[in-house]
Each structure stands twice: as C-alpha cells, then as structure tokens.
Design a protein around this ligand. Sequence first.
Ligand code: FAD
Length: 413
Amino acid sequence: MYYGLSQAQIDLQKRARRIATTLIAPNAAEVDRNEQYPWGNVNALRDAGFMGMTIPKRYGGSGLSFLDAAVVIEEMAKVCGVTGRIAVEANMGAISAVMQYGTEEQRRLAAELVLGGDKPAICITEPEAGSAASEMTTRADKRGNQYVINGKKHWITGGGVSRFHLIFARVFDQSGGECGIGGFIAIRDEDPGLEVGEREPTMGLRGIPETEIMFNDLVIDKSRVLLPPSGFRRGFGELMNAYNAQRVGAGTVALGLAAGAYEHGRDYTLEREQFGRPIAEFQGLQWMLADMSTQLEAARLMIYSAARSRGANDSPFPDANAAAQSKLFASEMAIKVTNDALQLFGAKGYSRNAPLERIVRDARMFTIGGGTAQILRTVIATRLLDRKFPQTRDGYSNLSSSSVVKKPNLKAI
Ligand code: FAD
C-alpha cells in the first residue's frame, strides 16, 4: 500500500520499530501483569526523542508533525498498547493545546516536563459528565489574580504518575457570574489541593493508572490559565480542537494493537499444523487473514490522512471529521481484528501465556475513551448534514413524565 511517507518518515518508522521490538516488547506482558506504570519504557521513549517530538524546536522538542508521531505511536502500540498511549499523550492533546494557546512561560513549563519524561494528564470527564462533557460541574472561582478550583474528575489517564495536568472547569467571575469553560494548568505535588483518588481496576491497558482526581481549593494563578483566542465563552471548543490530534493518536494505538495481533496471527498460521499441514493452508483462515489485512490497510490510510489533515480556519489541529472517522473506524476494526487473531490461535489465544488475550483487552478501550463510537458518529453526522443536533432534552416537547426513563437502582441489581 502506498502511504505517501517521506524518506525521513520511513527512517523514523524503522528506528521506532527497532526500539519497540528490542526495548519495549520484552516488557509488555510484565507491564500488564504488574499493572505498574512502565517507567523503563518511558525512559526509552525519552532517550529516543519520542517524548515531546511534536514540541517546537525552540522549546527543545523535535518540531515533528502529527503524522511523524503517528508513525512512532503505531510501532509502539504494535508491541505494547500502554507504551503507545504514553507516546500519544506525550505528543498530542494537552501538550498540543499548550503549544498552540499557551503563554511563553506555559510552553516552557510543559516542554520541560514532557521532554523530561512526563506524560501530561487531561482532566475533563466527571462522574456525572462523560459524553456530555460540557455539563461538568468542577468550578474555578476567580479570587483576585487567582482561581480556586473545586470538583472531581474520574477516569484520568496517568492519575498519580503524571505531573502536568490540564484541568477543565466551569469559570465564575468575582461576582459569581458564569463565564464559560476554561483550561487550567496544575502540577501534581507542587500545587496543593490536587489530590489523586481511587484507581479503576481496568479491563486492559493496565500499566497506566486511570484514577479520580480531586480538587480541594486548588489555587491556580492567572498565569496558569490556558486561554484560547475566544476566551472562556467559546474557548472550550477551541481547546477541544487540540483533542482532535489526540483522537487520531488514540486511533493509531488501536491500529497498532490490531497490526501487532494480525502479525502474530499470520505467523502462527504458518507454524501451527493440523491435519498434517500448516493451518495457513485452509482457505477459511486465508480469508480471515485477507479480511484482517484489508481492514488494517483501510484504517492506516484513514489515520495517516487524518494526521495530515487540518481543520477549518487555519487550524493547526487535524480536521474534526477526519479525526472522528479515523478513530471510529480504527477502534471498531481493532476489536474485530484482535478477536480474529485470537481465534487463529485456538485455545492458545485464550491463555494468558500468549499475548493475544492482553491485546484483545487493550483494544477494547478505544470505542469508549476519547469520544465513544456513538458520540463520534454524532460528530460525523453533524458535519455531513451541516446541522448541530442538540443532545439534551431542550427543544423536545410533549414528553410526558411517565415516559421519562427512571434511573435504575444499581444497589438493588
Ligand atoms: P456515558 O457518557 O455515560 O455513555 C454511556 C453510553 O451511552 C455510551 O455507550 C455512550 O456512547 C452512550 N451515549 C451517551 N450519550 C449519547 C448520545 N448523545 N448519543 C448516543 N449515545 C450516547 N476522560 C478524561 O477526561 N481524561 C482522560 O484521561 C480519560 N482517559 C480515559 C481512559 C480510559 C481507559 C477510559 C475508558 C476513559 C477515559 N476517559 C478520560 C473518559 C472518557 O472520555 C469517557 O469514558 C467517555 O467520554 C464516555 O463517558 P462515560 O464513560 O461517562 O459514558
């Protein structure tokens, strides 16, 4: 398949592949078993220049593109989903938002931490505000030149290991008037009031903690507000544009996991014999492999295209539609392809001694985190139909109270 990669990108891919297979792959099963954050892998990423490679050169980064980063992330995820995710968040998302909208001081701070090996945490989701992110209740109250933040987030990737936090909160001015949603930069262990709560026992990607993060009178100086050009009122949308890059990154990890699973599966069919012949000689399995590889190629082309794309109005970030479509396709493809690869292994695929069950568990995440498959479809439909569809009940009429779905009593189930 022709991907249109430059020679420099092909060289970067080769280098990433070498590092992934020699330094990262040997730890992947252990990272999953121990559920420990892989600091050794982080050091390998840092030493290779893969932490903060999209940071501009004037802040010490390599000034590489999102596509360059995607090429590296795919290689990492092929052998270790956790390391792939670390590479995403060290190059896309919070760091991209700061590099685009941050002050000089904020950029230097973020660059120093990330280039030193810190994977930033992005704090949006709350117990009662998941897909409906803008319904967040975490608040930032202005007090003179500072903001006081109170509230609770959950499912924050890197809780307890990340130091740089980009926190989204509802902003209120001195007299209590609501101003919109803003981004605030806090550093764990430096800014009192940022506390790490319970860790989720996750299905996969177990080497990265997903935790609650609480803010108890966390005081953030005005200089740590990440203010996009539209200010607080419309700034949430602008800040979320940076998330389009992270979405492409998440899709890339799904792609890498599926590509790794496919390669394991393909190799196994050549080696495993039944009925006196390699199982690769059975047409049923040949067609499975053909379908898997076709799906992978389609996802890769979409991801690379999304990584190259740019949104409207000279946005430095990938186009929202391309990001949503590529993540949607890659995440659903990864669930199918990793499961098919497990099938090729028969019982061995079901054993924790082989990597397939880990890869299947890891891949399951990507239709949920970073915009669910359903929400991404809504994003895509909004673009296709050039209309914004309100998801709240505002505007719905004749909804009798008896038709309102009651909250289930989970304790009784
Ligand atoms: P809900 O919003 O409660 O959705 C439940 C179901 O309803 C889903 O299937 C959803 O698709 C569907 N649904 C909801 N609304 C609609 C609608 N309007 N139309 C159709 N279907 C709908 N968040 C962060 O802020 N920072 C992080 O670092 C982070 N990391 C994460 C890592 C992992 C491993 C996971 C699993 C999640 C992470 N999240 C993070 C949270 C993630 O972004 C949310 O889980 C996601 O936005 C969905 O929210 P929810 O889980 O509350 O699901």
